[in-house]
Write a protein that binds this ligand. Sequence first.
Ligand SMILES: C=C(O[C@H]1C=CC=C(C(=O)O)[C@@H]1O)C(=O)O
Ligand SMILES: [Mg+2]
Length: 472
Amino acid sequence: MGGTTVSTMKQLDNLSGLKEGAARARRENRPVLVSRTAGIPSLDPLSFFASGARWGARNFWSDPDRELTLVGVGAAWRAEAVPMEDRYRAVEREWEELLANAVREPADPPRGAGPLLLGGFSFDPLRTETPLWEGFSEASFILPRFMLSVRKERCLLTVNARVEPGDDPEEMAEALAEEEEELIRTAATLSVAPSPSSYDAFEVEPERWKESVSEAARHIREENLEKVVLARELRLRSEEPFAAAVILKRLQQRQPGSFLFAMERSDACFLGASPERLVKKDDDRLYSTCLAGTAARGATPEEDRKRGEELLADPKNREEHAVVVHMIAEAFREGCGEVRVPDTPTLYRVRDVQHLFTPVEGRSKPDTTLLAMVRRLHPTPAMGGYPQQAALDRIRETEGMDRGWYAAPLGWLDFRGDGEFICGIRSGLLRGRTASLFAGCGIVGDSDPDSEYEETRMKFRPMLSALGGEGR
Ligand SMILES: C=C(O[C@H]1C=CC=C(C(=O)O)[C@@H]1O)C(=O)O
Ligand SMILES: [Mg+2]
């Protein structure tokens, strides 16, 4: 089959939905979303991501088992919420409104395909905004123009378009078919190969950070605060611009067991390999994970096991962890029935560290939406502290940096209301030749500043290694 025939067929596919959408838009005198999903030959998600540079607004998402990978390119529609309103509800409402009169082909696309938003919220809508995070607003979700979904080796392409009253469906179908053809042709031939790169790194006020840890620990001993997470920043500069696709490739190779994410907003990209799920919704099932309490990996299997056992028995880390389990279990009991929480944590090991781990599950009550659960949970004591408000006040007072989207809820939400959000840790913000990496630690009453500092060093490693090429 020749190239012309293929693109003509695609155009026709798009056309029927777009015609229906255009008629509906005219009739109702408002924009209509037209979304078409179809199987395509196998494509490498990272090649698709790299090929999408021209369209911008790229979003990458992959779960820890690599069962589902989503790559969005370009924006057919955006939901952005202003700080003063309930940002979770605002995004939900705009999404529901857009979906209400949408045309879907097929009507019931498989999980992880069809109309789906990718994006995130900032950590703290009351933060003092700095230029560092320009483009990353308090809520920013994108419905991609083109989205590749890879699920159990199967590739699907979703094409989304917003049809305004008066738009010409034939013109739109032609433009979409041309872009789609270019995107897929480039992705099929391009391969993302990491080349060695180098950078200079400097720590932003490490001594001041240690002092803030001592001060926070004192507060916890003396006042009505149980735990607070304090983070710090590492700033890097390279000769060449940092390339998100290459860094994702290294993260993919080196960080099995972690979610991979990349979210591009204007000329910057926030990306990372986070082991921490905030909440996942699959029909009426809800899942969260409590991940808090950290130790190094061992150089040998015996040493690794020994460190894991010590972590499981360590009172300071168990306390850090227990506060998280208590809060997440509580939030689940409010939003769900049949909540299941194991009594004791186990270990979750990723390349550079091991954590205490407790999974939490429940069945959502009929009116419990995914974003309602995000609102209930964020920030958990693994990202903020406990009690929540007192911890946020302490962070604003002592951390002295704009967290932006670091440690914030990032994820996806589909047209059924299913989706998944993670906590945006083990992450960094790329902008041209500079990168800012972030890492934080749960501080409790007997936290020691030097060991917390060492813990942040370990937590920087996944990103440092991914930014710097082989052997780091
Ligand atoms: C806040 C971070 O980690 C959290 C997640 C797991 C373990 C943590 C800890 O042991 O302190 C932190 O609460 C980070 O990596 O930046
Ligand atoms: Mg810790």
